[in-house]
Design a protein around this ligand. Structure first.
Ligand code: C2E
Ligand code: MG
Ligand code: MG
Length: 560
């Protein structure tokens, strides 16, 4: 072996073996070329490798493998030299070098072959680490299914093959996973999540994928012909989980947005349709699944725009409070008013029906309600300072507030900041379909009562009225919705409404709850209501909701 020549060959070997490679195949090809540079001088006949890799979450797809790395000649010595490297996590890489037949490596040559083996191992482990790292970046390690990057990468490959348009993206959120967190300790709840994730991931074919976006949000990319089945599957899933000495059974549904990917222009648009459909599904009270349509897109964009404008508008005080007088039926005197908000944008007035439902979905309504309360308190404070008599004003509070445990405290803070006596304020609440809300609602009404703020139930009769509620909670006032109060021409068709209304009125009276009818438009309605003992009236028959100045003119007169 010529030392100088071999030095150059070794340099060549190192240059090639350390050269760029992204896949195991590329490394193997480099190795063949690198060994070619030194095989002749070193009398290397053949090289095998054996890889043993333990299964872990990250690489369950890699199996043990042995392969021939390099063959210079089949005519080799039977006794090879094996070099073993442990991969640190229980794995093993073995490289076996065979000398050409009739040749025996001396000690120095053995050491040199050892150097080759180590270099080959390093080259291999670099791509292995690279692919492990890549896989770990594409995987949600806590459940072992792809994460958003994994899904995007998969979508990118489908897009590259020109088949992404044959797929449907399904964005979903598990219903009620909160319940699992409530009944199981953390670690066990995580196990249930893992089981859920793997169950949905395994329910799709090898050409499809389910990924976890975080928390209890997932996205699936399934072939469009399979979308319906997948939706049905995730709408009703049972998970059995043995815990201590019982077997817990969880049934999961999901809120689901389905978006066909036909005609998609780039992978960046992957989630657009399904997440819009998902937002619609979330807003819908009746169904848990929504399928994307172009109209949906327009509607969501309009909502987003309203919400964006809202935050600016509230800062710039574009919201104005109107007051609709309430009249005592017996003497037609003004006994108070309801505060109703209006949005004055430039020179147009937007009625609440146009923006309140949107703000409710987004939760911004809570901010608006407090703004109105503050304006009403300011109005009362100004009257107090002017030495004028106060009147009771009711303020609408959205059902959204029921989730706020500090609601009563926050209401009190606003009223007290203006030094207004609590008796002059009333909170209007609507009923809820959710029984748990209903319990919270009862508690809320009681808490308000203890600080002398009265509560009325708005739109009574239209929602989910529970007569129990009348019995259990200290409600002061029922506002009977206009749909119950018939016009003369409707007497025939509204017989049942009339019976209900008259009986509710009687029941309320006996329970000591006052009744106000809203939406009263005619003299005849007024007379009928006076007849059946309705305490108060609010409606166009007397006045529409009025701007503050006009309202004050009515208050100065005091009666109709
Ligand atoms: P609501 O609380 O039931 O208010 C009564 C609605 O009936 C008001 O509509 C009022 O203008 C209308 N109304 C009054 N008398 C008559 C009548 O004789 N005939 C007819 N056809 N309608 C009458 P408005 O002001 O458009 O408000 C609609 C709803 O928007 C309110 O219903 C309430 O649910 C909500 N809203 C208004 N202001 C606020 C607010 O500050 N916060 C919250 N959370 N909701 C509000
Ligand atoms: Mg109201
Ligand atoms: Mg109402």
């Amino acid at each position: 072996m010529d030392g100088r020549l071999f030095g150059e060959q070794m340099e060549e070997f190192l240059r090639i073996v350390q050269g760029h490679a992204e896949t195991q195949e590329e490394v193997a090809a480099n190795i063949v070329r690198a060994l070619d540079a030194v095989a002749e001088s070193l009398h290397i006949g053949k090289v095998d490798t054996y890889l043993s890799v333990p299964r872990t979450k990250l690489r369950e797809q890699i199996d043990d493998m042995s392969r021939v790395l390099y063959v210079k000649t089949e005519n080799i010595e039977p006794e090879p030299y094996a070099f073993k490297f442990s991969t640190g996590d229980g794995g093993l890489s073995v490289f076996t070098f065979y000398a050409m037949a009739g040749y025996s490596w001396d000690e120095k040559e053995q050491a040199t072959v050892g150097v080759l083996a180590r270099q080959i191992y390093l080259a291999f482990s670099q791509v292995m680490m690279g692919s492990l790292l890549k896989r770990s970046m594409l995987t949600d390690l806590s459940v072992g299914i792809p994460n958003i990057s994994g899904i995007m990468e998969f979508a990118g490959r489908l897009f590259g093959r020109g088949v992404l348009g044959e797929y449907t993206a399904i964005y979903f959120n598990i219903h009620n996973f909160r319940y699992v967190n409530k009944v199981l300790p953390h670690l066990q709840a995580d196990e249930v999540m893992k089981q859920y994730a793997n169950m949905v991931a395994n329910s799709v074919t090898s050409q499809e994928m389910v990924g976890r976006l975080g928390g209890d949000n997932f996205v699936a990319l399934v072939r469009t012909e399979n979308a319906e089945n997948f939706v049905n599957f995730i709408s009703n899933m049972d998970i059995i989980y043995p815990y201590v000495d019982e077997v817990k059974k969880f049934n999961f549904g999901a809120t689901i947005g389905v978006g066909n990917l036909e005609g998609i222009r780039n992978v960046g648009e992957l989630m657009q349709r399904s997440s819009i459909a998902y937002q619609m599904a979330r807003q819908s009270e009746s169904t848990a699944v929504a399928y994307y349509t172009d109209e949906m897109y327009k509607e969501i964009m309009q909502q987003k725009e309203t919400i964006a404008r809202f935050h600016r508008a509230i800062k710039q005080k574009e919201f104005v409070v109107y007051y609709q007088p309430k009249i005592t039926t017996a003497d037609k005197k003004i006994c108070g008013a309801e505060a109703l908000v209006r949005w004055k944008e430039k020179d147009r007035i937007i009625p609440p029906g146009m923006f309140i439902p949107i703000l409710e979905k987004d939760g911004s309504i809570c901010k608006l309600d407090f703004y109105v309360l503050d304006q009403v308190c300011d109005f009362l404070e100004r009257r107090m300072q002017a030495g004028l008599p106060l009147l009771k004003i009711s303020v609408n509070f959205s059902r959204k507030h029921v989730e706020n445990p500090y609601l009563v405290q926050e209401i009190t803070e606003v009223i007290d900041r203006h030094n207004v006596p609590h008796e002059y304020l009333e909170v209007e609440l609507t009923e809820s379909e959710d029984f748990r809300d209903y319990i919270v609602l009862s508690k809320l009404i009681e808490d308000l009562k203890t600080i002398s703020i009265s509560t009325s139930i708005d739109d009574f009769g239209t929602g989910y009225s529970s007569l129990n509620m009348l019995k259990m909670t200290p409600i002061d006032l029922l506002k009977i919705d206009k749909s119950f109060i018939p016009l003369e021409s409707e007497y025939e068709e509204k017989q049942k409404d009339i019976i209900m209304f008259e009986n509710i009125a009687r029941l309320a009276k006996e329970l000591g709850i006052q009744i106000i009818a809203e939406g009263v438009e005619t003299k005849q309605q007024y007379e009928y209501l006076a007849d059946v003992g309705c305490d108060m009236i609010q409606g166009y028959y007397f006045d529409k909701p009025l701007p503050e100045e006009e309202f004050l003119e009515r208050v100065n007169v005091g009666h109709y």
